[in-house]
Design a protein around this ligand. Structure first.
Ligand SMILES: NC(=O)c1ccc[n+]([C@@H]2O[C@H](COP(=O)([O-])OP(=O)(O)OC[C@H]3O[C@@H](n4cnc5c(N)ncnc54)[C@H](O)[C@@H]3O)[C@@H](O)[C@H]2O)c1
Length: 403
């Protein structure tokens, strides 16, 4: 077990639990272990835990994670499905998903279960940090209540903070080691305690005044991206309608005070399309619908991009000398973002499904998915060279192979 210098100058044993070893949690657990601390990772996925303990990385697309798991997996990073195995830890970092339902309302069941399980292990002086992005005030209200109910302790006897995960899948390790990370406590002592601990493995760390501010920072960032992508999408459609080369115009429009983003098929993944809803729904609850108008509109513009591209694809098919339903169309790229194997909220997958529902002869290709995996999604796989028309969903190009 590793030692660290506590505030009283005496050497103190410290073990950290990371709850949730997914695309965000596992790189974090690896980085903590690599900084010389002992980590217990808790995840409900038994196979994933077995892989990690054998030194095998279950997220191969994450740069640098292979080495970290090989070096620490099963040694100073132990993965387990049992919360009980983390009972000796003093620090608990929770990074499990928060999904939203079909009405974009957050479903807290997974987070609540993680907190309640940790609450049962909590001892006086322990610190719990939530890293999952959540609606503002979740840490100080819901998380605090769950912890107090399960542990029988009161805030002040334990510490509670929020530190939003700001990684990007594929680049998580370099982000954790370089990108500014934020931490804020439910009370001043919690913020300071979390800052002191996180400083041991996060070099670029900033303490903010509260958990509420820390939560809001992450949501602001997501809203900024969503709104700016919707602006790029809108300008892209207008430019095309006017016969203007959007990309040429963008090159010269962008400068210190103007950053037009890139257009797309919409916005996917766990984060950006979800966070604006946290704020929109919260404002609705408070009868302040008008406060989040722009966020709502941006969501709608981005979601509707699949219809725009479907129409473009159909128009291009009609230029091919074949009956429409015989033109083989390949949607190249179904992940929500290039370079990752992740379909959550993927607008590229939604586009392929929409075209298929319209009765078109749709196939897909993605370097990360085999023909069997594609088949399980209810779609068919093709090599782009064998299609009449290829839509590259990352480059937004339409290429007619059969003239
Ligand atoms: N992936 C990213 O790029 C990213 C970026 C920023 C923030 N985040 C935040 O991280 C959160 C998690 O994202 P992720 O990409 O790691 O998700 P993920 O789906 O890759 O991983 C979640 C992990 O949690 C485990 N899990 C589920 N329920 C559990 C429980 N009750 N106890 C223990 N483990 C449990 C799952 O088995 C899985 O391994 C997101 O909701 C988001 O708030 C992610």
């Amino acid at each position: 077990m590793r030692m660290w210098e506590g505030s009283g100058n005496q050497a103190v044993m410290m073990k950290i639990a990371v709850i949730g070893l997914g695309k965000a949690g596992l790189p974090l657990a690896g980085v903590i272990a690599d900084s010389g601390l002992e980590v217990v990772g808790v995840d409900i996925d038994e196979r994933k835990c077995e892989d990690i303990n054998r030194g095998e990385n279950p997220i191969p697309e994450e740069r640098g994670l292979d080495e970290l798991i090989k070096r620490h997996g099963g040694k100073d990073l132990i993965a387990t499905t049992e919360y009980e195995d983390a009972k000796e830890c003093e620090i608990f970092i929770i990074i499990v998903p928060l999904f939203t339902d079909e009405n974009n309302i957050p479903d807290y069941r997974i987070i609540e279960s993680a907190f309640r399980n940790v609450g049962r292990l909590l001892k006086r002086g322990d610190l719990v940090v939530l890293e999952t992005s959540v609606p503002p005030r979740t840490t100080e209200e819901r998380a605090r209540k769950w912890m107090e109910e399960e542990s029988g302790l009161k805030l002040g006897e334990f510490y509670l903070a929020h530190s939003p995960e700001r990684i990007m899948t594929g680049f998580s390790i370099s982000r954790l080691r370089g990108f500014p990370k934020i931490v804020g406590g439910v009370d001043r002592e919690s913020g300071e305690k979390a800052f002191e601990i996180y400083k041991k493995f996060v070099p670029n760390l900033h303490l903010v005044s509260s958990a509420r501010v820390a939560e809001f920072i992450k949501l602001m960032e997501g809203c900024y991206r969503d709104v700016n992508i919707s602006l790029a999408n809108e300008l892209f459609k207008i430019a095309n309608e006017l016969g203007v080369d959007f990309y040429e115009a963008r090159t010269y429009a962008n400068h210190e005070y103007c950053h037009i983003h890139l257009p797309s098929t919409g916005v996917g993944g766990h984060c950006i399309p979800v966070y604006p809803w946290f704020l929109v729904k919260e404002m609705e609850k408070r009868d302040k619908f008008g406060y989040a108008k722009l966020l709502r509109t941006a969501r709608q513009i981005n979601d509707e991009m699949v219809n725009y591209w479907a129409e473009k694809i159909v128009l291009e098919c009609m230029k091919i000398n074949k009956p429409l339903n015989e033109v083989t169309i390949c949607v190249r790229g179904i992940s929500f973002r290039e370079g990752v194997k992740e379909l959550y909220n993927s607008r590229n997958l939604a586009l392929a499904k929409l075209l298929s529902e319209k009765g078109l002869n749709i196939y897909v290709y993605d370097q990360f998915y085999s023909s069997e995996e594609v088949w399980e999604m209810g779609l068919r796989w093709i090599e782009p060279e064998d299609a009449d028309l290829v839509f590259d969903s990352f480059r937004l190009t339409l290429e007619r192979r059969n003239k």
